[in-house]
Design a protein around this ligand. Structure first.
Ligand code: ZN
Ligand code: ZN
Length: 111
């Protein structure tokens, strides 16, 4: 006569274990979906990182004075008047060409 009791106990334990794992997975997945849905309902549009943090992308933009593209972020300097990006060496040229003082009788004279 074969005794199946240990086998039945093992099968029962296995069944309980599998059911517990499946239930846990379903619960976690449902919570994750709920949280994802909730975060989608509130897009962080007013987050500070969306605003400019003072370091706009400058690489690849042309210099306002010589039209040469900036290769590094550090070589670009923003004009104090119009915030145009220029090379540090081109800023004076940009200012005299674009923001020439209105009261000046002439510009580029032989003074
Ligand atoms: Zn330049
Ligand atoms: Zn300017």
């Amino acid at each position: 006569m074969l005794d199946f009791t240990p086998l039945l106990v093992a099968a029962g334990l296995l069944l309980v274990f599998v059911l517990a794992v499946v239930g846990l997975v379903l619960l976690v997945r449902r919570q994750a979906m709920h949280q994802g849905h909730r975060s989608k309902m509130r897009p962080p549009r007013d987050e500070p990182r969306w605003a400019s943090d003072g370091a706009p992308q400058r690489v690849g933009r042309p210099c306002a004075a010589c039209s040469e593209v900036f290769v590094t972020d550090g070589e670009a300097t923003a004009c104090d008047v119009c915030e145009a990006l220029c090379h540090a060496n081109c800023l004076a040229r940009h200012c005299s060409a674009t923001h020439a003082p209105a009261q000046a009788p002439f510009r580029g004279g032989d003074a």
